[in-house]
Design a protein around this ligand. Structure first.
Ligand code: GLP
Length: 243
């Protein structure tokens, strides 16, 4: 596990975008796993800049997103689908048919989860997976649990996650209670993983994830076992970790 200290959010975003850019330049037909939340917005801005400068070409890139709220359609402004269109897909030359997000409107959980797993396998797996980190150590929407769930599944969101995500909705009542997410095994199958973290409010989660024992109660701690994981975190987020 490589831990790279960034000065601040902007520096973290630039460093992460550089790694994604290198992946895209070395393999223009890469499959990139994408994340939502506020943390990756700066990375998507940097990638857009790279495209505008003519340094990056998304025409052969495929993307698979980590997760999506259940019961929310792609046109809904709170959906992760909408988020991706807004922050990246509509700003670069990616083919929309090459971008994939779990279908939050599929009521049939088993069908949707199997479909998404097959889809990822059909693309040849993920070359580089971008992740953020939840305050309770979640990755994607893999919440703290008794066991690590391997494949794409439907989760009931924890109270902490609902509270944290409330800021994107008009009221807490509107925050969906369930979501589809890649499983821990799906994430760990990526050939490379890049996790980005910013802010002092994440320092405890960083310490538990990367400085303590591996436990399904802290889902991100499993990343300690991945053979190619890069953590890019700013000073504030790293403030409780001994490195
Ligand atoms: C959400 C997403 C995660 C994300 C996390 C942190 O719950 N499902 O993929 O990493 O929140 O979000 P933020 O970056 O806004 O702190």
């Amino acid at each position: 596990m490589r831990i790279i200290e960034a000065q601040d959010y902007k520096d973290m975003s630039r460093k992460a975008a550089n790694i994604i850019s290198a992946q895209m330049i070395l393999k223009p037909e890469s499959v990139i796993g994408l994340a939502t939340g506020s943390t990756p917005i700066g990375v998507y801005d940097q990638l857009t800049e790279g495209y505008k400068k003519g340094d990056l070409d998304f025409s052969k890139i495929h993307t698979v997103n980590l997760d999506e709220y259940k019961g929310i359609d792609a046109e809904n402004k709170q959906s992760y689908h909408y988020f991706m269109n807004q922050h990246l897909f509509s700003r670069v030359n990616i083919e929309l048919q090459n971008t994939f997000v779990p279908d939050g409107m599929n009521e049939n959980q088993d069908e949707e989860c199997q479909r998404y797993e097959k889809l990822i396998a059909g693309l040849g797996g993920v070359d580089l997976q971008l992740l953020g980190l939840g305050h309770n150590g979640h990755i994607g929407f893999n919440e703290p649990a008794e066991v690590f769930v391997k494949q794409t599944h439907c989760v009931s969101l924890s109270e902490k996650t609902i509270q944290a995500n409330q800021r994107f909705f008009e009221s807490k009542k509107q925050v969906p209670k369930q979501a589809y997410t890649m499983g821990i095994g799906t994430i760990m199958s990526a050939r490379k993983i890049l996790i980005i973290i910013s802010g002092e409010d994440k320092a405890e989660a960083v310490k538990k994830s990367f400085g303590e024992e591996i436990s399904p109660h802290v889902p991100a701690s499993i990343l300690q076992l991945h053979h190619d994981v890069t953590v890019i975190a700013d000073k504030a987020a790293l403030s409780k970790l001994d490195i």
